[in-house]
Design a protein around this ligand. Structure first.
Ligand code: CA
Length: 224
């Protein structure tokens, strides 16, 4: 599960990132509202933890813009104890939940889990294309009777490709969507995973191939 976390207080942010990472979430941390918006637009997040008081653009403005743009990623707002109006406004703007600062880490984790569970209620658990289906709960990629559970990053790559059917994604797009905006992973890693996915599709006997167009990018295609 990949989370975006917007918080400008450095010590607080570090502690929260540590806890979330320890609990196996992939976390992109940003420290102002403009960055939060840019990351939320570019990345493919399962959830966003958004502090209301942020420099450049506050969390409510970020939330409002995202919802106006049709981005429905679940949002957990972090608000000050005195911020009753922020909370009401945030929920009206489409926040999923809020948490009052200061909070206990256990409470944050519980809210994050609840937010992600609700998201799963609304999204299909199986993505499909041609003769392929990918189960988002078990990470199993199937073609007819054949199937295999994908390693984590290969799963993320396949998920992004399935969610962007008919669209060519460049290696750089895939790098950002799968590994995150500020990853230190190099583009060569994307190619390695593409090659692994191609072998897997062939081994499953699927008619779906991962097509590459020079200078444009990659997309799934049904052949034969
Ligand atoms: Ca803040």
């Amino acid at each position: 599960m990949k989370l975006l976390y917007a918080e400008d207080e450095a010590a607080m942010a570090e502690a929260v990132v540590d806890v979330l990472t320890y609990h196996h979430y992939l976390v992109d941390h940003v420290a102002d509202g403009e960055e939060a918006l840019a990351y939320a637009r570019a990345g493919d997040y399962d959830g966003i933890i958004l502090d209301v008081m942020l420099p450049k653009q506050d969390g409510l403005a970020v939330l409002e813009t995202l919802r106006e743009e049709g981005n429905h990623t679940p949002v957990l707002l972090l608000t000050a104890r005195s911020g009753v109006e922020d909370r009401i406004r945030g929920l009206d703007l489409g926040a999923d939940d809020y948490l009052i600062k200061p909070f206990a880490m256990g409470e944050l984790l519980a809210r994050v889990r609840a937010m992600l569970r609700r998201r799963e209620d609304y999204t299909p658990t199986v993505l499909s294309f041609g003769d392929l289906s990918l189960d988002q709960a078990t990470h199993r990629l199937s073609c007819g009777e054949q199937g295999e559970t994908l390693p984590r990053m290969e799963y993320r790559l396949m998920e992004v490709l399935l969610r962007n059917q008919g669209i060519y994604l460049s290696s750089e797009d895939l790098l950002v969507k799968v590994w995150g905006y500020d990853t230190e992973v190099e583009v060569g890693t994307v190619w390695v995973h593409i090659s692994a996915l191609r072998k897997r599709l062939a081994a499953l006997g699927s008619h779906v191939t991962l097509k590459a167009k020079r200078g444009v990018g990659y997309t799934l295609e049904v052949s034969g």
